[in-house]
Design a protein around this ligand. Structure first.
Ligand code: FE2
Length: 157
């Protein structure tokens, strides 16, 4: 780890940094999958889904930056390249054969749900490690993931 004057104990930071990097990988993978849906969705729901998926990708971009920078603030190295993300992501690969809006919405909803669940586990871990700031970061992101899941699932109901 890199030296820092941050007073969160090193024993906690050693666990928080890999947690942040794991979510960085998943968020980076998810962003690329949402863009894949943004580009390839077809059918009567094309325009609202095309625009919704781009909005989600933009929110994930901000989250990706914050996750990476928090890992560095705690004395770590951010592991944020596409190859690192692909190797460490918790998500399954995005199917290449999807066409309709319903298919893309279901696939993205599955992945947003997975991301939100991983963030909630991470909130508990950061709280256990007495890092309220990282827990707060995760809490804000999980709230955004839940809202985006709502937007996407509304197309399925
Ligand atoms: Fe675009």
């Amino acid at each position: 780890m890199n030296p820092t004057r941050n007073n969160i104990p090193a024993s906690s930071r050693e666990q928080l940094i890999p947690l942040l990097n794991a979510l960085l990988a998943t968020a980076t993978d998810l962003k690329s999958q949402v863009k894949q849906a943004h580009w390839n969705v077809k059918g009567p729901q094309f325009l609202p889904l095309h625009e919704l998926f781009d909005g989600i990708a933009g929110r994930l971009d901000t989250q990706i930056d914050d996750l990476a920078e928090r890992a560095v603030q705690l004395g770590g190295t951010a592991l944020g390249t596409i190859r690192q993300a692909a190797a460490a992501s918790a998500l399954p690969e995005y199917p290449v054969n999807l066409k309709t809006g319903l298919d893309h919405a279901a696939a993205i909803a599955d992945r947003l749900s997975h991301y939100g669940a991983a963030l909630r586990v991470a909130i508990d871990t950061a709280t256990t490690l007495d890092d309220a700031d990282t827990a707060d970061l995760f809490t804000g992101f999980s709230r955004e993931a839940d809202k985006d899941l709502w937007f996407v699932e509304a197309h399925l109901q």
